[in-house]
Design a protein around this ligand. Sequence first.
Ligand SMILES: N[C@@H](CCC(=O)N[C@@H](CS)C(=O)NCC(=O)O)C(=O)O
Length: 215
Amino acid sequence: MLEIWGRKNSYNVQKVLWCCEELEVPYQRHDAGGKFGGTDQDEYLQQNPTGLVPTIADGDLTLWESNSIVRYLAASYGAGSLWPEDPAERAIADKWMDFQLGTLFPAFKDALIGLVRTSPEDRDPEKIDAAVRATADVIPILDARLRDNDYVAGSSLTMGDVALGSLLYRWFELEIERPDLPALRAWYDRLAERPAYQKTVMVSFAMEDPSESGA
Ligand SMILES: N[C@@H](CCC(=O)N[C@@H](CS)C(=O)NCC(=O)O)C(=O)O
């Protein structure tokens, strides 16, 4: 059975869990990272030298980097659904995964870490505001794409939506200023109707104790 290491309130772990639930892939999850620790142990580092979560094992394969895991699961278990069979459509889904990792997360990171993983007394409001503004600068790119498409690669949910949807749950639910982006909001509302998204992503991430938080 597929094994997953990672705390369930991490947005990167949630991508993997959401994928499994959409594809009905059975899995066993082991708590790791955050308050659970374990990621600095030799046994874990041999599987994932970054010491981060998630990590998966599927048969002989051990894999880390959440978007690579999502691609692997989609290709293995979701051909024609999360993994578009048409190469052009697949490339578009892929592109949005790269946008999440290379553009959106770097813009949003300081707000996420500041508001979710840092105690109020230790927060740097200027850094958080700068990240909120930087995100507001790039996120209209996604809204524009969704004006004529229900999902990022076209008319159905793909791996591209999985990479974005887990991070954007935080963007929508944190108490921050957001530009009014109706197409993006409609996409988020569509995701929120999905039982797999509700079960794996729409769970509390703002813990009282920052060491338990869900960034
Ligand atoms: N690029 C990596 C980043 C992984 C990452 O930053 N994971 C965070 C949780 S979202 C982590 O492991 N934080 C330390 C911890 O939870 O102990 C991926 O996408 O898998």
